[in-house]
Design a protein. Structure first.
Length: 227
């Protein structure tokens, strides 16, 4: 099956499972979304949503956040992984937004990526979900699933993003990346996943992938039994 045909069938499956999707990070505007996405690195969305109410009560705008001490922000997000570096980044990017962009989050990839703590994936999420600009942010779920499904060779996330953009229609990028994330969390985990029982892997994964993952799963179970 050609990649384009496979992508079309994947879209059909995901549209049935997830008719509508919203980003799982609580936010009210582009700035609070930017903050939440920065906080989400190497932690769960659930944990981010637990700490942002108190954080936004003190720094719900770039102006307010820029006036906080890094130590206070760190205390407010202490439950989040990498809290010291993230606190410094949040204060730094807030000052940049106030000083350089008139208190408004810029609608520009390069300007976003120049901010402390903001990489390409974070910028892509903000551009897609806050401003509606077509983008295909690739997280670990998307990278894993796109590789399993044969949509990319899995060399790196840059290649995965480019390959996904080729096979999915541009006007579907913003919702498809969310639907794949939800599917990865709810139906297609990294470990102990029976690909033959998966509503997409069962037909999208190659025989080589099916055999390799089944073998890796058996090896992992055996190692854990020996411990």
């Amino acid at each position: 099956m050609k990649r384009a045909d496979k992508a079309a069938r994947i879209m059909q499956t995901l549209d049935v499972l997830y008719p509508t999707v919203t980003i799982p990070l609580d936010h009210v505007d582009p700035f609070t979304l930017l903050v939440a996405v920065v906080l989400s690195a190497q932690t769960t969305d659930k944990k981010v949503n637990e700490v942002t109410p108190a954080l936004f009560a003190r720094g719900g705008t770039a102006q307010a956040m820029s006036q906080l001490e890094v130590s206070e922000v760190q205390q407010l997000i202490r439950q989040i992984g990498l809290a010291p570096s993230k606190a410094k980044a949040l204060v730094g990017l807030s000052k940049m937004i106030v000083q350089d962009y008139g208190d408004e989050v810029p609608q520009d990839f390069a300007r976003l990526e120049a901010m402390p703590g903001v990489g390409h994936k974070t910028a892509s999420v903000v551009m897609a979900q806050a401003f509606g600009h077509p983008a295909f942010p690739v997280d670990t779920h998307i990278h894993r699933l796109a590789t399993r499904w044969g949509l990319t060779d899995g060399k790196n996330v840059v290649k995965t993003e480019a390959d996904c953009k080729k096979v999915f229609p541009r006007d579907r990028w913003n919702d498809m990346h969310l639907k794949i994330i939800y599917f990865g969390r709810e139906h297609c985990p990294a470990l102990y996943h029976d690909l033959l029982e998966c509503p997409i892997c069962a037909w999208a994964a190659s025989r080589k992938t099916l055999e390799a993952e089944a073998r890796a799963d058996r090896d992992l179970r055996a190692r854990r039994k020996r411990k």
